[in-house]
Design a protein around this ligand. Structure first.
Ligand code: CAA
Ligand code: FAD
Length: 380
């Protein structure tokens, strides 16, 4: 892998960094406190091409590569992790599969306005009784003439409260287990569709998630994405890309906490000297810097494998596993370096710690990443 960034990749990173400092960082604390969706910032992300970074320009996207996307995810999440996951779901979990598996008619209706950021999509796999064991879903889709009728509940769906369309997975043939799952694009004004109240979360509180209910929800058969029975592979392949986005998010959160810890350590004095003079603090900073760089290399490796079009399940799982666990360690150390001030809301490090926690859970828990990685190791 060539780890030298191209001029375009550097420009995207710098542009996102500037945008995050100007438009996200100053508001992130309030969005977190009020559980407020950053509508104006999301609109700006759309105008900058960041809601469909790797979608070709002809379908409304920025036409860039996945390395650029990963860099953008880090920088945006450094500014606001909640905004980061809104962007990640739009790019990786919604636009990417519609681009890859959609017909031109589906791309026109369900991709173009979404990649432009004019509309928002979401990805609904998890159910109340099935999260890690995704194939165990109970939502069904029954074909009736030119329609499918969907019944079931999806849980914890990011962007669910705001979404204009849902990429939803449902059983079309229960007897075939994962081979009986199909994918559908459901506009949220469809009859029989409704949403639960937004979840009250520990972190990433600028982003909204909720349950989605399908009760006799009829959609035209042409809204099926891919063939009947392709749904599980579409979901799994999509998550291979999504995990790169979440790894980038975890990395951005860690970088924010690290930068704040360095700045604080330089200012704070104890025993008559800046705390940076203590080796205990120096070593924490050294470990944090090393882990951040290691995570970034894994993220860029996974993104570059996706750009080369090779299967990257293990690379993405490693990037997500390491970056998310690293992010929790680094944000926790940032609190330690702040002492008591790290534990109150006057400083942002407590938010970074809360934000980091979810990255070890969604898009596959750390245990599931270890399953994916070990399966690849054992297969050779
Ligand atoms: N790409 C393509 N195909 C894949 C695949 C991949 N990455 N992974 C598995 N498959 C295929 C397998 O090859 C197999 O195909 P065949 O039947 O033809 O042989 C089939 O899928 C079934 O594979 P497994 O037997 O490995 O499936 P499993 O039922 O044991 O599950 C799992 C495997 C890895 C645990 C999977 O269920 C999983 O990833 N679970 C976690 C779910 C998850 O990540 N949910 C995230 C929801 S979205 C979200 O969280 C968004 C957000 O927060 C913002
Ligand atoms: P479970 O699957 O019940 O797991 C419980 C525990 O058992 C975990 O520790 C897990 O690692 C462990 N475990 C389970 N199976 C195994 C195993 N085989 N080996 C070892 N350990 C195992 N889902 C979506 O579809 N779309 C979204 O947009 C979305 N956004 C989310 C946003 C938030 C804020 C949250 C909290 C969740 C979101 N999710 C979304 C759901 C998320 O992906 C699931 O919560 C996650 O996959 C875990 O599933 P679960 O909660 O059912 O836990």
């Amino acid at each position: 892998m060539d780890i030298q960034l191209t001029e375009e990749q550097r420009q995207v990173r710098d542009l996102c960094r500037e945008f995050a400092d100007r438009e996200l960082k100053p508001h992130a604390r309030r969005w977190d406190r009020d559980h407020e969706f950053p509508a104006a910032a999301v609109k700006q992300l759309g105008e900058m091409g960041l809601m469909g970074v790797a979608v070709p320009a002809e379908w409304g996207g920025a036409g860039m590569d996945n390395v650029s996307y990963a860099l953008a995810m880090e920088e945006i999440s450094r500014g606001c992790a909640g905004t980061g996951v809104i962007m990640s779901v739009s790019n990786s979990l919604y636009c990417d599969p519609v681009l890859k598996y959609g017909s031109d008619a589906q791309r026109k209706e369900f991709l173009e306005p979404y990649a432009r950021g004019e509309k928002l999509g979401c990805f609904a796999l998890t159910e109340p009784m099935s999260g890690s064991d995704a194939a165990e879903m109970r939502t069904v889709a029954v074909r009736r003439g030119d329609e499918y009728v969907l019944d079931g509940t999806k849980n914890f769906i990011t962007n669910g409260p705001q979404a204009d369309a849902v990429l939803v997975f449902a059983m079309t043939d229960k007897a075939k287990r994962h081979k009986g799952i199909s994918a559908f694009l459901v506009p949220t004004d469809a009859r029989g569709f409704s949403r639960g109240k937004p979840d009250d979360k520990v972190g990433i509180r600028a982003s909204g998630s909720c349950s989605l209910f399908f009760e006799g929800c009829a959609i035209p058969a042409r809204h099926r994405l891919g063939e009947e029975g392709d749904g599980f592979k579409i979901a799994m392949g999509t998550l291979d890309g999504g995990r790169i986005g979440i790894a980038g998010q975890a990395l951005g959160i860690a970088v924010a906490a690290f930068e704040e810890a360095v700045a604080y350590a330089k200012e704070r004095k104890a025993f008559g000297q800046p705390i940076t003079q203590f080796q205990a603090i120096q070593f924490m900073l050294a470990d944090m810097a090393t882990e951040i760089d290691a995570a970034r290399l894994l993220v860029l490796r996974a993104a570059s494998a996706k750009d080369r079009g090779v299967r990257h399940s293990a690379e993405s799982a490693m990037a997500k596993l390491f970056a998310s666990e690293m992010s929790e360690r680094v944000t926790s150390k940032a609190i330690q370096i702040h002492g008591g001030y790290g534990y109150v809301k006057e400083f942002d490090v407590e938010r970074h710690w809360r934000d980091s926690r979810i990255t070890e859970i969604y898009e596959g828990t750390s245990e599931i990443q270890r399953l994916v990685i070990s399966a690849s190791v054992l297969k050779g």
